[in-house]
Ligand binder design. Sequence first.
Ligand code: SF4
Ligand code: SF4
Length: 470
Amino acid sequence: MRDLYDVGMNAEGTAIIFHRSALGQSLKDQVDRAIGKTESCNRHTRETQLGPVSEWRTTLRLTSHNVFRRTLGRSRSGVEFALNRGKRTAMQYRKFGKLGWQVSALGFGCMRFPTADGERLSPNILEDEAIRMVRHAIDNGVNYLDTAYPYHGGQSEIVVGKALRDGYREKVRLATKLPTWQVTCAEDFDRLLDEQLKKLDTTHIDFYLLHALGKSRWHEVVLKHDLFGRAEAALADGRIRHLGFSFHDDYEAFEEIVKGTDLWDFCQIQYNYMDTETQAGTRGLKLAAEKGLAVAVMEPLMGGRLADPPKDVRDAMEAFDVRRSPAEWALGWLWDQPEVSVVLSGMSAMSQVEENLAIAGRSRVGAFTGAEQALIARAREMYQARTVIPCTRCNYCMPCPNGLNIPGNFEHFNFAHLFDDVKTAKFRYQVFLKPEERSSACIDCGICEDICPQQIHIGEWMPKVTALLG
Ligand code: SF4
Ligand code: SF4
């Protein structure tokens, strides 16, 4: 039990003790003494987890708040201070675009439920635990749930429907998504929507998104099959309350889609401190907000990578005056921005729900000082220093006469090195690039290389991209 300082208690009786190295010596001594008492009180615990839940947190489960108070609460004033600091602050609520509704800072992303086989996206959801987690989040102020047709092999919507029985449906706004890649005619919109309503066991969906739009799906699915006509009918008969879209492409595609209809009330973008210039980026976030759209943020931690940064980034964060875990730095940076409505987190364990509720309770718009912003900028630079191909995505080389998405290929290649994660980079390469856009289609004609201001030998890099990701 070393390196601990901050003590809190949740409604279930879980005491949370945080990293203590930010404390002065006298408070550390007092907490040490208090923790000593806790250990001697193990006869009161129903479950003790002394191993690290994450690198920076340890939890003890006590039988009741009174036991906790007896154990720690009567200690000296410093520990009372630690107790007060550790108490969870109530959920924060934020503006949801032009709708005049307040959304919780934290939204529950239902794509990473705990599973029986341990596979992250498997259909074998541990149903009882997932339902317990969802309800616990709702009981503690979360009012936005986000799922989608394909999550957990189609099982997420079913489990969400069960979680929202017993009066929970009325406490939240529910978001799910039309699998646009399954739409081959206008009638598919209604067929899929009606199937989703059944799976979710609900009469209506509050926020219905066209899933994973980019330039090609916008033209080849949404406009081609006039899905707005179908969406207007669903809005009129009450099956959906608001229409939005989730997005994976570049800023230009985002701008075209945002400006493409007045029916949008909200959108969902991939955004985090490493995606300020990629995907919709900060420009896209601001454009959506200017148009009155609420913005739900997905991948706030880049699939967890920003919660576990490389050593140089972690050291810089730990050396800073204000102590936050890497996850809290990343999430706090998002909540600092008024254009962000809700941050979605896919949670796989109750401990993550607890951690996120606590962090969300401390979130504020405009909370980051200039020095804190500078730290995030430094962290970004340290990540970017790992960039192998110095592509700035200026797009001067585009269009490639052979149809390649040149910066897109380089983005996925760099991702693999930045985060030491070839598996995810391969997945993104396959999902986000059409076969004709991939590096393997390059014929090394050299036309793009004369234009590239970074003087990248594009034709030489493409076979390397294929070798790694193809
Ligand atoms: S070298 Fe490859 S990427 Fe560049 S223009 Fe030719 S085919 Fe396109
Ligand atoms: S011109 Fe060069 S830097 Fe610009 S997008 Fe193309 S490869 Fe990247």
